[in-house]
Design a protein around this ligand. Structure first.
Ligand code: GRF
Length: 203
């Protein structure tokens, strides 16, 4: 299945998906890595992996989010993409894109949704006094970080954690969760529901 990955930054989740897609038995191949930020470090990672990349700079569409999204949509269609994985894509989407790709666009978020939508999730989890934190892969809908949940991975919050330490623990699980959740979407009966591991993963 041809997929696109949308990034804005370093692209470590993209890298995890690249590694999975390189396995012959994995049900997706990456048709395009697309960024709103021409300087995203992840674009270079993708190019080095031999993938097609494209940058469509939102700053070229001042005060015209719909026009930027039409350009993204055209690039996705031109590449023959069937599913879109947002992976650290830091622009809010309008109903144009969320509708056009409804049921075919996934996002990864660094919290156990519905807790902590939005930014600064690790700080907020620490401040809350919660003992468990994690990450979520969900369908993209119009509301930010609101769509139906596909899978989650949980990590403990440990004494002495800082946002950075906790964030790194969550990120390791993001890299397991995203490929597992995408697999689950593409081959609903193809793999046993994962509840593996060092920390709990459920897709
Ligand atoms: C991840 O924490 C992801 O959950 C969030 O943005 C971050 C992106 O990191 N949406 P990376 O670019 O994949 O390394």
């Amino acid at each position: 299945t041809p997929i696109a990955i949308l990034i804005s930054g370093r692209g470590s989740n993209m890298r995890a998906l690249i590694e999975s897609c390189a396995r012959p038995d994995y049900p997706a191949r990456i048709a395009l890595v697309l960024s709103n930020n021409p300087d995203a470090p992840g674009l270079e990672v993708a190019r080095d992996a031999g993938l097609a990349t494209q940058a469509i700079d939102h700053r070229d569409y001042p005060r015209d989010r719909p026009a930027h999204e039409r350009a993204l949509d055209a690039a996705l269609r031109a590449a023959g993409v069937e599913y879109v994985c947002l992976a650290g894509y830091m622009r809010l989407l309008t109903p144009f894109l969320t509708t056009a790709w409804a049921g075919r666009m996934l996002n990864i978020h660094p919290s156990l949704l519905p807790a902590y939508p939005g930014l600064h999730t690790h700080e907020r989890a620490l401040e809350s006094g919660a003992r468990i934190h994690g990450c979520t892969v969900h369908w993209v809908t119009e509301g930010m970080d609101e769509g139906p949940i596909i899978g989650q991975a949980a990590v403990p919050i440990l004494a002495g954690d800082t946002p950075d330490v906790l964030g790194a623990r969550v990120l390791r699980q993001e890299h397991r969760l995203y490929p597992a959740a995408l697999h689950r979407v593409l081959v609903p009966d193809g793999a046993p529901a994962a509840t593996a591991s060092d920390y709990l993963l459920s897709v």
